[in-house]
Design a binder for this molecule. Structure first.
Ligand SMILES: C[S@@+](CC[C@H](N)C(=O)[O-])C[C@H]1O[C@@H](n2cnc3c(N)ncnc32)[C@H](O)[C@@H]1O
Length: 291
């Protein structure tokens, strides 16, 4: 038996439910055969809440119009595919030795993708999430040398647990901060980027996703923001300058928005306004290297 998932931990169930829904589509962007069992009934219920918030049955009481919420399923499908491709490319680099998912959530890339045999693969997340995953996947062998680190990333000293699990800061690594920065305060974001940078050999790779400031305040985001706040994991952090944020912590990155050619797959339903346009909600896939 696993413990009950609380607050931000439940977003791992939601994300698994999104992957299960994507896997069931004929035009799916990827296939995750383990997502449904990882999400379970609770994950499907969380996804229903997101769908209801995104497609309100009645017109918006304040504006008299339907809300124009971003499509969480399309976003999540593109994000998973974009980051699958990022990780595959990184792993094909013969020098690459280590992959770190921080946080891993209920992602099953260790079990559903092929990895070179020399890769050490680290999954970091809060203990209850990793215990849930272990229980649901107990009959499935990972396809990689998988090591788990059950910690909160805002706690002191998780670096020592990562190193004790076999991570070597002097070897090339690839870090994925997927679905994390939304839920951190600005201070915690800065601290965690510093801590991650300190663990990375120069030239090592990083990817992350994050929203901009308007996504935290714009009226057309309200329905979605209310759902996350109601689950006790409000979205707290966003920036319009993701390249500068990462540069301040020792990274050289590009920011790609879903809907741009490199991250579209015919699935992003909204226009992508030029970066010079201010005040519109945005989401970014940041990808680059430790300087
Ligand atoms: C939206 S899920 C995304 C997880 C994963 N990357 C995926 O795509 O499935 C967010 C995850 O972040 C984890 N998380 C959030 N804040 C955390 C923290 N401070 N320390 C460790 N994990 C955290 C949650 O437990 C949850 O599993």
């Amino acid at each position: 038996m696993t413990g009950h998932l609380v607050a931000v931990e439940r977003t791992a169930l939601l994300t698994a439910a999104l992957r299960a829904a994507e896997t069931a589509r004929e035009d799916r962007l990827y296939e995750d055969p383990y997502a449904a069992r990882l999400a379970g009934e609770e994950g499907m219920q969380l996804l229903m809440q997101i769908r209801e918030a995104s497609h309100p049955k009645s017109a918006d009481a304040d504006t008299g119009t339907d809300r124009d919420l971003p499509s969480t399923p399309d976003y999540n499908a593109i994000r998973t595919r974009f980051l699958d491709d990022f990780l595959r490319r990184a792993a094909q680099d013969p020098a690459m030795r280590q992959i770190v998912l921080a946080p891993a959530g209920l992602d099953s890339r260790a079990h559903r993708l092929d990895w070179p045999s020399h890769i050490r693969y680290f999954e970091v997340d809060r203990p209850a999430v990793l215990a849930h995953k272990e229980e649901r996947l107990k009959d499935v062998e990972p396809r990689v040398d998988l090591r788990t680190i059950a910690v909160d990333l805002t706690a002191p000293d998780w670096e020592q647990e990562l190193i004790a699990a076999g991570y070597d800061p002097e070897q090339p690594s690839t870090w994925l901060l997927e679905g994390l920065l939304y839920y951190l305060t600005g201070d915690d974001t800065h601290r965690i980027l510093d801590r991650v940078a300190a663990l990375m050999d120069p030239g090592s790779r990083i990817a992350a996703d994050l929203v901009n400031e308007a996504a935290l305040t714009s009226p057309d985001m309200r329905g979605l923001l209310d759902v996350f706040a109601g689950w006790d994991c409000p979205w707290l952090f966003g920036t319009d300058e993701p390249e500068a944020l990462f540069a301040a912590h020792g990274f050289t990155v590009e920011a790609t928005q879903p809907g741009e050619p490199a991250a579209d797959h015919g699935r992003w339903p909204d226009p992508v306004p030029d970066r010079s346009v201010t005040g519109v909600r945005r989401v970014f896939f940041v990808h680059g290297r430790r300087s």
